[in-house]
Design a protein around this ligand. Structure first.
Ligand code: EPU
Length: 446
């Protein structure tokens, strides 16, 4: 929705200063919630942020008979003792809300023998196909029928472990394999798997439930199926993507932000890049302080990649800071084919960013010969001016907030409700950091 009811007025030019806290990762928590469906006992998930994706999964679990109740602050207790089929129309009401519903396939096939998956949502940053997901499910023995309203799946027999090689180390497809293989009969060997920290954390969750999973150093994951899983008690890994967003905001606004909950281990690649750009940080046991140390920032060459490379979700917020660096920065986006479109609004604010179809910088990627504008040259430093902005996707949207905060003058940022998908209480956090933001008269709080 990008109507007048979710507009934020941002008066820029004030450095963001203070402390905020990040909780469990958006890209782990909803998946750990789905994992609870595999167990025969209740699970307790801690460090759960109040974001839209969590609410969507909670609704879907409840439709399938899982009771989900809040425990102590930031806790969810999920009881899957009475899993049942849900009404297709009720599930379909969640169509377009998130990408997580596709991860219900394996657990529902194990628990019920059938599943219905509605049309998926998620950010518009590329085609976002799900062909790998359905391919691996077929290899486990699932029968899939595509109909107008969504995908109908059945498992006529118990799913069987299998040998799978992903064409690309896709995060979601790796999770699909994990959530399916743990209760499948026999051994599954997955090669070319994604190994993001959130995947490791999901493996920790599944191991607590009784799964047998080993990870080799060459992106191979082996899962020995078991007959039954129990519950888990787990504190979700902190959100390294949100932490990096606030770090980029500190740099772009010449501010100083302590991100409580940020962890060095999962952010090492980001921290190296931050230092190369000229950002400063200090790590302690509770979090990381990020700040602009004064003086000019450095232009860099940046290439996004699967973990342990530079995470694609870090790219958009950092690009805003690169508009303030001296010289030419080169950005090569190799994970999503259309994740640089957000830069046209930065240009409207005064940035100089030119997009290219060629692979610029490091290596050739899947998109080089396919006519996608997936490389950028950012010339800086450029002064940014407030503007009218329409949020295109989650990370692009947060980047617009950063740009508006770094700019002179007032910006009207439309569609801010989208940011609630992945940033908990972002309005309160902005205010805690001294941002001059307001909802126009008559607008509802988001
Ligand atoms: N891909 C296919 N076919 C598939 C699946 C993926 O071609 O069946 C391609 C995608 O089109 C993309 C690449 O593989 O080019 C990587 O996609 P991946 O499956 O890894 O992404 P995802 O699981 O859909 C998750 C995060 C994203 C994050 C990516 C990469 C969640 C809910 N989403 O998406 O997070 O960018 O992994 O790390 O976990 C975000 O947080 O803003 C966000 C978009």
């Amino acid at each position: 929705m990008t109507g007048t009811d979710d507009v934020l007025l941002v008066h820029g030019g004030t450095p963001l200063e203070g402390e905020i806290r990040v909780r469990g990762a958006k890209n782990l928590v909803p998946k750990a919630m789905v994992a609870a469906l595999l167990g025969s006992e209740p699970s307790r998930l801690r460090n759960v942020p109040d974001i839209r994706d969590v609410r969507v999964v909670r609704g879907l679990l409840q439709l399938h008979g899982v009771t989900v109740r809040p425990g102590e602050a930031g806790e969810l207790v999920l009881d899957p003792s009475h899993v049942e089929s849900a009404n297709v129309a009720d599930i379909d009401a969640h169509a377009g809300s998130s990408r997580i519903p596709i991860l219900f396939c394996g657990p529902l096939l194990h628990r019920l023998g059938h599943a219905f998956i509605p049309g998926l949502g998620g950010c518009d940053i590329g085609g976002r196909p799900v062909d790998f997901h359905f391919q691996v499910l077929r290899e486990f023995g699932a029968v899939i029928e595509k109909r107008a309203d969504g995908q109908y799946l059945e498992a006529p027999h118990r799913l069987r472990g299998t040998k799978i090689r992903l064409p690309y180390p896709s995060v979601g497809s790796t999770e699909q394999v994990l959530l399916t293989a743990v209760l499948a009969e026999g051994v599954t060997e997955l090669s070319n798997a994604a190994v993001e920290p959130e995947i490791e954390d999901l493996i920790c969750v599944l191991q607590k439930m009784g799964a047998i999973i080993s990870m080799d150093t060459d992106r191979t994951i082996r899962i020995t199926g078991v007959d039954k899983l129990g519950g888990y008690n787990h504190a979700a890994v902190p959100d390294r993507l949100e932490a990096a967003s606030w770090a980029s905001a500190a740099l772009a606004t010449e501010g100083n932000i302590y991100v409580r909950g940020a962890q060095q281990r999962s952010m090492m690649t980001f921290l190296n890049t931050y230092r190369k750009v000229g950002g400063a940080f200090e790590i302690d046991d509770e979090g990381i302080r990020f700040w602009h140390p004064g003086g000019p920032l450095n232009a860099i060459a940046l290439e996004t990649d699967v973990h342990p490379g530079f995470q694609t979700d870090w790219q958009q917020p950092l690009v805003v800071a690169l508009t303030q660096a001296s010289g030419l920065s080169i950005v090569h986006e190799t994970v999503y084919e259309s994740r640089l479109g957000f830069t046209s609004a930065l240009n409207q604010m005064g940035a100089h960013i030119q997009l290219y179809r060629e692979c610029l910088g490091g290596s050739d990627c899947r998109f080089g010969q396919r006519n996608f504008l997936h490389s950028a040259v950012v010339s800086g430093p450029t002064k940014l001016q407030g503007s009218d902005l329409v949020i295109p996707d989650l990370r692009g949207g947060f980047s617009y907030l950063i740009a508006a905060l770094a700019a002179q003058g007032t910006s009207r940022v439309h569609g801010i409700d989208l940011i609630n998908r992945g940033y908990e209480n972002f309005m309160e956090k902005l205010r805690a950091l001294g941002a001059d933001v307001e909802l126009p008269n008559g607008a509802r709080a988001v």
